[in-house]
Write a protein that binds this ligand. Structure first.
Ligand SMILES: [Zn+2]
Length: 350
């Protein structure tokens, strides 16, 4: 209901010129819209999780909207510097990608290059060096891919349980059981990979195909090196996609992440994005101590000088966002509409 009302309001705002007035206002010029993406589908990932993945066609439409709208797409560091100085151009936008999936290299980057838009990739690095499908996302993907199927859990993790995979809630429960089992038993990447293989066998899903096509894999070091050399801004997202509450472990995540980025030619990573959008007040001084200059969340909004540089809002773009809503955010009109406070749709740390 609220979504329908918002769409009607946005259509009226566009038709009456209110949207254009806001877009060209001094208020909008003091703000930058930071867009957040996770993945662009290589196959059917957007049908599995339309909050995490966009189809390449939809992503291209978004880039076309930015062009048509006359948005000034800036590199993140420049946008933040000019935001602080009060010298942003009109309709300022920044494009960011979380995690650094291989589909950024294969599907998103060619489109960005075509439009000449800069982008920041917040790269988590563990599964970049260790090329396997990312456990926390490949398990729910396989469960979805299985279609109409009843899953017996025992051959997968040695625990009894039967799940109807045609049912979304039951699928979510099965996924939770498996991820929780791996987490509480502190399984290694190899052990988790064995679970993935057993899960694929139990559901009749072709996991060799997933590996061969590198679905739900991160970019490897060669791909990252190439992107850094081509000027893509690759930044911090922790090594194992987690933010421990213990300071020493938190700092280790940043240090390991930095070291891995150093290995692909990025020696000056100073921008950070919270994995899963989870942030706590205790993290802020730790990030400052580590020489980090900014941190982005998944709270929807437009970044202004009023925001703490370590709590910058972003718009997480999804398949569910209509063209009017997207344009509403570009103009700034949507910032005045009521909205849900959302966290990132991502799962927990590796
Ligand atoms: Zn992430």
């Amino acid at each position: 209901m609220l979504k329908t009302l918002k769409r009607i309001f946005l259509r009226i705002a566009i038709a009456t010129g209110v949207s254009s007035l806001v877009a060209n206002s001094g208020w909008r010029r003091d703000r930058v819209l930071i867009l957040a993406y996770h993945g662009i589908s290589q196959a059917d990932e957007h049908l599995w999780n339309p909050e995490l993945y966009l189809s390449p066609g939809r992503f291209r439409e978004r880039m076309e909207s930015l062009k048509r709208f006359g948005a000034h797409v800036l590199p993140l560091a420049e946008a933040l510097r000019r935001l602080a100085q009060g010298t942003l151009p009109a309709k300022a936008v920044v494009i960011t990608f979380d995690d650094g999936n291989v589909d950024f290299y294969r599907c998103a980057y060619p489109i960005l290059r075509e439009y000449g838009f800069p982008a920041t990739v917040y790269q988590t690095t563990f599964y970049s060096a260790d090329q396997r499908p990312v456990f926390d996302v490949v398990c729910p993907y396989i469960l979805w891919k299985a279609g109409k199927h009843n899953l017996e859990l025992a051959p997968v993790i040695g625990r009894n349980g039967r799940f109807d995979l045609a049912n979304e809630e039951s699928r979510r429960d099965a996924s939770r059981e498996i991820l929780h089992y791996a987490f509480e038993n502190r399984l290694s990447a190899e052990q988790k990979d064995e679970i993935v293989t057993r899960l694929a066998v139990a559901t009749g899903v072709d996991h060799e195909e997933i590996r061969k096509r590198r679905l739900l894999h991160l970019m490897n070091q060669q791909e990252l090196r190439e992107l850094v050399a081509a000027g893509v801004d690759v930044e911090l997202h922790t090594h194992r996609h987690r933010t421990p509450d213990d300071e020493a472990l938190f700092m280790r995540e940043l240090a390991d992440n930095r070291e891995a980025l150093h290995g692909i030619g990025q020696d000056s990573a100073t921008q950070f994005c919270y994995p899963c959008g989870v942030h706590r007040p205790s993290y802020l001084p730790w990030l400052r101590d580590a020489g980090v200059q900014s941190a982005t969340t998944c709270q929807p909004g437009m970044a202004s000088r009023r925001h703490d540089t370590f709590l910058l809002p972003r718009l997480v773009d999804t398949m569910a966002l209509s063209p009017e809503e997207f344009e509403g955010w570009l103009s700034g009109v949507s910032a005045f509409l009521p909205r849900r406070k959302t966290q990132s749709p991502e799962t927990l740390g590796y």
